[in-house]
Design a protein around this ligand. Structure first.
Ligand SMILES: *[C@@H]1O[C@H](CO)[C@@H](O)[C@H](O)[C@H]1NC(C)=O
Ligand SMILES: *[C@@H]1O[C@H](CO)[C@@H](O)[C@H](O)[C@H]1NC(C)=O
Ligand SMILES: *[C@@H]1O[C@H](CO)[C@@H](O)[C@H](O)[C@H]1NC(C)=O
Ligand SMILES: *[C@@H]1O[C@H](CO)[C@@H](O)[C@H](O)[C@H]1NC(C)=O
Length: 354
């Protein structure tokens, strides 16, 4: 039932867990880990224009969403001081770095014409409303942001925030706290729990002048990933149609990748700066064409092939077990010991060069 390439690859991956030679070309250091144009925003909500006593955010502009990510990071840094030096332990890094990667790999471009809203358009790049990744990412970042407003995580804002809506696919999106609360109360609730938890943390000590909060690592990472999953669960069925992607292979990859993320989330994968960069080193650097259907004969790098193969395999396992494998996995991962083991092995799975 599994394709002939998957089984040998899986055996290879399981038999040689020690072959961890990193790909020379994929260093996880340096400024290219940051999302493109990261330095062009301060992460201050005052950077958005104000019109008619409203803060205007255009969620179909790359820079505007980037600002939202940076605001989330800036406003939450203090709670994560003990998880990594220089704010590298902020749990919002994974999603922020991934967002930049989506632009860099042209995944926000128009499915029928990848020159539109492409990375080449620079800091003024748009996000195509016809892009499946653009739509899924909309839910992720907008739900985190609106829930932060709703729970007053940023304190009281001087004005209300207005998200500029588009006529196209109007009913596919919610554009305000009120609208999102009415349509997806469960997503807003899950995200609110994250902020309520953070707001209830207390300063317990101070290291070299930096206050440390009593944030529990597993608890906060669980809540962060839960909010992500809740948003993805709403978005995924809306953007599963092949018309939102340049090829069927890219669509399948998107769905398989999102499913695989569920496995990683269950291990409470550390969403910090370095670990996220490491995880994403194998994320395909360009859109998939139908010629890439057979991963092993495509011209992707070894790290990319390892990731593409792993997500395909996870999808096949889910399908052949009727979803039972994921259910069992999630159950297993309620044990801290199992999570620690799984984090070690799943991380290595993506590092193994094929
Ligand atoms: C600390 O982080 C900032 C931005 O996040 C970066 O520009 C700076 O180089 C970092 N400093 C060190 C010492 O890593
Ligand atoms: C694709 O988009 C680019 C940039 O917007 C445009 O210049 C070009 O004419 C478009 N090509 C087609 C075939 O529509
Ligand atoms: C790799 O494959 C893609 C799609 O098949 C193609 O567009 C690209 O030019 C190829 N790159 C190289 C370096 O062969
Ligand atoms: C996992 O498999 C089950 C059963 O085939 C299916 O209903 C479910 O949609 C699959 N999950 C994903 C995310 O593909």
């Amino acid at each position: 039932m599994w394709s002939s390439s998957v089984i040998p690859t899986f055996l290879f991956l399981s038999v040689f867990p020690a072959g961890l030679a990193p790909d020379p070309g994929s260093a996880t250091q340096g400024s290219d880990i940051y999302p493109p144009f990261w330095d062009q925003t301060d992460g201050d909500i005052a950077e958005f224009p104000v019109q008619n006593n409203k803060i205007i955010v255009d969620p179909w502009k790359y820079m505007d969403r980037l600002r939202l990510y940076k605001i989330l990071i800036r406003e939450s840094n203090k709670y994560f001081a003990s998880f990594g030096k220089n704010n590298t332990g902020n749990v919002f890094w994974a999603l922020t770095i991934f967002y930049g990667r989506l632009l860099k790999t042209d995944r926000f471009s128009e499915p029928s014409n990848s020159s539109r809203c492409a990375y080449e358009s620079g800091g003024s790049s748009c996000i195509s409303i016809n892009s499946g990744w653009g739509g899924i990412n909309y839910y992720v970042v907008i739900m985190y942001f609106l829930a932060a407003i709703e729970s007053e995580f940023f304190g009281k804002l001087p004005y209300e925030v207005e998200l500029l809506s588009r006529e196209e696919y109007r009913s596919n999106f919610c554009y305000s706290v009120k609208e999102c609360r009415a349509s997806y109360p469960q997503v807003m609730d899950v995200a609110n729990r994250l902020y309520k938890y953070l707001l209830s943390r207390k300063k317990v000590s101070s290291t070299r002048g930096i206050p440390q909060y009593d944030t529990d690592e597993d608890t906060v990472i669980f809540k962060m990933w839960a909010a992500h999953q809740a948003a993805v669960d709403v978005a995924k069925p809306k953007f599963s149609d092949v018309s939102f992607y340049p090829s069927e292979t890219e669509r399948d990859f998107t769905m398989d990748f999102l499913l695989s993320i569920e496995f990683f989330e269950a291990t409470l994968y550390r969403p910090y700066f370095e670990s996220s960069a490491e995880f994403l080193a194998g994320f395909p650097h360009r859109l998939l064409t139908d010629q890439d259907h057979n991963v092993l004969t495509s011209n992707f790098s070894r790290r990319e092939k390892a990731l593409l193969t792993a997500v395909k395999l996870i999808q096949k396992i889910n399908k052949s077990t009727g979803g039972l494998f994921l259910a069992i996995w999630k159950k297993l991962m309620t044990s801290k010991f199992a999570r620690d083991m799984a984090r070690f092995f799943t991380k290595n799975l993506l590092l193994i060069p094929i």
